[in-house]
Unconditional design. Structure first.
Length: 122
């Protein structure tokens, strides 16, 4: 098993990654396709390389088996659960991300019926 971090969606970086994970010694590839880099690698993988994608609901079908992970709904469900247990405050801790991911999950968490306050980033 190996892990490969893709730093950009630039063609040279994507090609280097695809060449690396397409090695016949790898039994298959799991692509985390939540960002442009992951999507670019998934699109560039040759059809003969066994692969599965972890992607957001609504992500375009890349012709591969995909596990759709709805993080926004999960965040909202978890927040509702904690509020239902009587907690008055639920904090949202986010990792740096690209695009709307953080804003979207924060918005989902705030739709749980309580006022929300955003904590400053570290």
């Amino acid at each position: 098993m190996g892990i490969r971090v893709v730093e950009s969606a630039e063609p040279a970086e994507v090609k280097q990654t695809v060449d690396h994970v397409s090695d016949a010694s790898a039994g298959g590839v799991v692509v985390i396709a939540f960002d442009p880099m992951g999507v670019a690698v998934l699109e560039a993988l040759p059809a003969h390389v066994p692969a599965v994608a972890a992607a957001e609901p609504g992500a375009p079908d890349q012709g591969r088996v995909a596990i759709k992970l709805d993080e926004r709904r999960a965040a909202a469900d978890a927040t509702r659960h904690l509020l239902g247990l009587g907690h008055r405050t639920v904090h949202h801790v986010a990792v740096p991300c690209e695009g709307e991911g953080e804003a979207g999950s924060w918005a989902g968490a705030t739709r749980c019926g309580r006022p929300a306050r955003r904590s400053p980033r570290w």
